[in-house]
Design a protein around this ligand. Structure first.
Ligand SMILES: [Mn+2]
Length: 382
């Protein structure tokens, strides 16, 4: 190798190391300096001194066209979700079962909205109305509500229920897609690509009058919403994101700057003072299809396993997780082994978001019987 090439390589390595150190340094300051993860807004109803996680299944499939996504909650439970969470001291799991999500396939309920009809608004709206009521109720007695989808239209219900129960929520949307279409801009007419347009204050002027969805009140603004890992974006969505300056880190930005930098940036934007209840809406298709193949809208070039887990660990670290969706696991879209693998990854995602990853050490306080989880469940007051 020529000596000039070696010198260049050596300079590159030095620069890279400095960059990594900078990112690490700012990360440290961010947490230690602001005390971000010391915030805790969940102070009610802790009768046993532990943390209560309410789990709800939302087997909604009417927001898209693939059969099988309604079996997501069952698949994730079968992958051992409850068993994985239940043995942690200081954590109580309440499984509220599944919401009744009736669906008449081929039901001709659509509206002419330009290019494509809106598909299945009646089924989707009715099921989500029940999800909203149930999530709201669960959050009266539980610290965190975990909803298992189902397709991503489920977020209409979960975010509505969350916003009814807690004030000033922020939403972190982890997904290959922004799911920000309006019924007019949508190329498919699938409601799982439009949940956010129902929920955002900024987009109400673009909202059509759809009687089934009249009950959905806007509850988030564009600055309360952050995207991470998006990579398959429709033209209408790009226009909306630019118009309202919606915080986002695309998969390309993760490539360029690393997941640590991106999480720091996005959390800082949607939860600047570190005390807002976070709604983590995790679409399994954010992960690369090689890791989570059993899902309906696979897009190559997704998050690695560790990037996905890191996102959840950082959310856990804030101490602000208040509700979570894990959606779009469809066990019928792949063979048995791949479906099982996808469901197991879903369980891992949930564990990491709840602060139970093996790599992120839990500490047992010497004087306490329950685990002191400095991630989600810190007792320290701001
Ligand atoms: Mn989605």
């Amino acid at each position: 190798m020529a000596s000039s090439t070696r010198t260049l390589l050596s300079k590159c390595r030095t620069l890279l190391r400095q960059n990594v150190d900078n990112v690490r340094g700012s990360r440290r300051n961010y947490h230690e300096g602001t005390g971000l993860h010391r915030r805790n807004f969940n102070t009610h109803n802790k009768t046993d001194g532990g943390v209560q996680i309410g789990i709800l299944g939302a087997p909604i499939q009417s927001g898209q066209r693939n059969h099988g996504v309604q079996f997501g909650p069952e698949a994730i439970r079968k992958a051992g979700l409850i068993e994985h969470l239940d043995h942690h001291v200081g954590m109580t799991i309440k499984d509220f079962g599944d919401v009744e999500a009736g669906y008449v396939q081929g039901h001709a309920d659509f509206y002419l909205t330009g290019k494509t009809p809106l598909r299945n608004p009646t089924s989707t709206a009715q099921a989500n109305s029940k999800v909203a009521d149930t999530v709201e109720n669960i959050l009266k007695s539980c610290d965190v509500c975990l909803t298992l989808g189902g397709d991503h239209s489920t977020a209409i219900g979960t975010i509505t229920g969350h916003a009814r129960a807690r004030e000033n929520i922020s939403v972190l949307w982890v997904d290959a897609h922004p799911d920000l279409n309006t019924p007019v801009s949508s190329p498919s007419g699938n409601i799982h690509g439009m949940p956010l347009h129902f929920l955002m204050h900024d987009l109400q002027n673009e909202r059509l009058s759809i009687p089934e969805f009249e009950w959905v009140k806007p509850c988030i603004t564009s600055s309360n919403l952050g995207y991470i890992a998006i990579r398959d974006i429709d033209p209408g969505e790009i226009a909306i994101m630019k118009r309202y300056n919606i915080p986002h880190c695309s998969i390309r930005e993760i490539d360029r700057n690393g997941i640590a930098h991106c999480m720091e940036k996005i959390l800082d934007m949607i939860n600047p003072s570190g005390n807002r209840p976070i709604h983590l809406s995790f679409d399994i298709d954010s992960l690369d299809p090689s890791i989570a193949p059993a899902t309906g809208t696979r897009v190559r070039g997704g998050l690695t396993y560790r990037e996905g887990m890191y996102i959840c660990e950082e959310v856990a670290r804030t101490g602000c997780l208040s509700a979570m969706d894990l959606v779009e696991v469809n066990p019928e879209l792949s063979n048995f082994r791949e479906a099982k693998r996808t469901s197991e990854v879903a369980v891992e995602i949930i564990k990491h978001a709840l602060g139970l990853s093996d790599t992120y050490k839990l500490e047992r306080h010497p004087q306490q019987t329950r685990l002191k989880c400095e991630l989600v469940f810190s007792d320290a007051q701001p």
